[in-house]
Write a protein that binds this ligand. Structure first.
Ligand code: ASP
Ligand code: MG
Length: 413
C-alpha cells in the first residue's frame, strides 16, 4: 500500500471521456490499496480561453485579483467532474478547491508562492477510505483572496501536497510516458530514462525540456519528494526523479541527456576596453531594460581590449541589438553584431563531476560533423555550446550517439 499524490494535466482531463478514464485508473489503484490524493489541471485549453476573455474585457491592464478568481474556475470544473465520475464507479471521493483545503499562499496574484498547507481535511478523508481530489494551480492568501501559482502551477500544487502529506511519491501523469534522453522528435532513438536526479532534471527543464514546471522540480528537490513522470494513457513505469544518493543508485551514465534551446540569440561586441566596469557598462543597462541574459562569455584581453558575447531570448534580440548599436561609440566598441539563427545544445549529467574528458568528446563529436562552436560554457553537470540552427538535428544526434544514450540503461549493481 502506498500513499501517493497523483497529478493529471489538462490533456489527461481534456474531455468527459478522459475524465472517466482517469476515474477508472484511480478506482483500480484504490482496489489495490493505494491512498490517493489527486491534483487536476483545468481541461486543456480552458485556462487560455479564460485569459483571452479577460484580455477582451480589460485590454489595457488586467486586474490580477479578478484574473485569479476567473482562472481558478478551470480547475474547479475538473475536480467536481472527476469526483462525480469516481462516485459513479462506486468510489467515495471528495473535491476541494485550494481555498477549501487551505493551501495558504502569499498575495502575489498570478504567481503566488505556497506558504503552508492544512492537511487535516485530507487525512481525515483518506482515513475514511475516500479519494481526495484537489484543484491544482490555486490557493488562498491570508485575506481569503483566491490566488494562482503561475502557468503550469498544478505540478507545484501536487509536489507541495506530497511534501506536506509525507507521501511516498508524487506522480505526474501527462501525455508523454517519461523523461527522455533528448526530444524524440529530433532523435528517434531517444530513450526513456528510468531515473534522473533532481539536479539533472532542473538543467533539462531550464534548457527547454518542457515535461515539468521548473518550480515543481525545485520544490521536490528541496523537500526530497520523489517525483515520477508517467503517461496517462499507457501503462508503464515512467521516469523517477530523485536524489543521487546510495539508496537510489543511479545508472552510471556519464551523460544523462541532451537538451537544446531554439529560443536564444547571440550578440557580440568587439574591441572594448579591457578594464574594470566594462562588462557592467554593457549588461547593467540591459538588466535595466528587464531583459534576461543567459550565456555570457568574455575573452581574455589582448593589447588592452577584449570581446564580449552573450545570449538573450529571441523575442528581445532586436531590441537589445538596436540598443547596443546606438551605444557603440559610448562603449568604444569596434563592432556590435548579432545572430538569431543559433541554437544552444547542452549535455547534462551528474557523471561529469567524476569524469574528465567529457568536454573533449563532445567537441570532437561535433567537429567530426563539421559543426562550428560559436560559444561554449560549462557548469558542474552541464556543457553547453551555441551552434548554427541548421545543425541542430545533426548536432543532437551525433552527441546522442557519442554518449551511447540510445543503448539500454546499465543495470544497477
Ligand atoms: N491550468 C493551469 C495552466 O494551464 C495550470 C496547469 O495546468 O498546471 O497553466
Ligand atoms: Mg500543465
Amino acid at each position: 500500500m502506498a500513499s501517493l499524490v497523483k497529478k493529471f494535466g489538462g490533456t489527461s482531463v481534456g474531455t468527459v471521456e478522459r475524465i472517466q478514464a482517469v476515474a477508472k485508473k484511480l478506482a483500480k489503484a484504490k482496489e489495490a490499496g493505494d491512498d490517493q490524493v489527486v491534483v487536476v489541471s483545468a481541461m486543456s485549453g480552458e485556462t487560455n480561453r479564460l485569459v483571452a476573455m479577460a484580455k477582451e474585457v480589460m485590454p489595457a491592464t488586467v486586474d490580477v485579483r479578478e484574473l485569479d478568481v476567473l482562472l481558478s474556475t478551470g480547475e474547479q470544473v475538473t475536480i467536481a467532474l472527476l469526483c462525480m465520475a469516481l462516485k459513479t464507479l462506486g468510489c467515495d471521493a471528495r473535491s476541494y478547491t485550494g481555498a477549501q483545503v487551505r493551501i495558504l499562499t502569499d498575495s502575489s496574484h498570478s504567481k503566488a508562492r505556497i506558504v503552508s498547507i492544512d492537511t487535516d481535511k485530507i487525512t481525515t478523508d483518506l482515513e475514511k477510505g475516500r479519494i481526495v481530489v484537489v484543484a491544482g494551480f490555486q490557493g488562498v492568501d491570508a485575506e481569503g483572496d483566491i490566488t494562482t501559482l503561475g502557468r503550469g502551477g498544478s505540478d507545484t500544487s501536487a509536489v507541495a501536497l506530497a511534501a506536506a502529506l509525507g507521501s511516498d511519491e508524487c506522480q505526474i501523469f501527462t501525455d508523454v510516458d517519461g523523461v527522455y534522453t533528448t526530444d524524440p522528435r529530433v532523435e528517434s532513438k531517444a530513450r526513456r530514462l528510468d531515473r534522473i536526479t533532481f539536479e539533472e532534471m532542473l538543467e533539462m527543464a531550464s534548457l527547454g525540456s518542457k515535461v515539468l514546471q521548473i518550480r515543481a522540480v525545485e520544490f521536490a528537490g528541496k523537500y526530497n519528494v520523489p517525483l515520477r513522470v508517467l503517461s496517462s494513457f499507457e501503462e508503464g513505469e515512467g521516469t523517477l526523479i530523485t536524489t543521487d544518493d546510495e539508496e537510489n543508485e543511479m545508472e552510471q551514465a556519464l551523460v544523462s541527456g541532451i537538451a537544446f534551446n531554439r529560443d536564444e540569440a547571440q550578440i557580440t561586441i568587439t574591441n572594448i576596453a579591457d578594464q574594470p566596469g566594462t562588462a557592467y557598462s554593457i549588461l547593467g543597462p540591459i538588466a535595466d531594460l528587464n531583459v534576461e541574459v543567459d550565456m555570457i562569455v568574455q575573452n581574455a584581453g589582448v593589447d588592452g581590449t577584449t570581446d564580449f558575447t552573450f545570449t538573450v531570448h529571441r523575442d528581445e534580440y532586436q531590441r537589445v541589438l538596436d540598443f547596443l548599436v546606438a551605444r557603440q561609440k559610448e562603449l568604444g566598441a569596434a563592432t556590435v553584431t548579432g545572430n538569431d539563427q543559433i541554437v544552444k545544445v547542452s549535455i547534462v549529467g551528474v557523471g561529469m563531476r567524476s569524469h574528465a574528458g567529457i568536454a573533449s568528446r563532445m567537441f570532437r563529436a561535433l567537429s567530426e560533423k563539421g559543426i562550428n562552436l560559436r560559444m561554449i560554457t560549462t557548469s558542474e553537470i552541464k556543457i553547453s555550446v551555441v551552434i548554427d540552427e541548421d545543425y541542430l538535428e545533426l548536432g543532437v544526434r551525433s552527441l546522442h550517439d557519442e554518449f551511447g544514450l540510445a543503448d539500454a540503461a546499465v543495470t544497477e549493481a
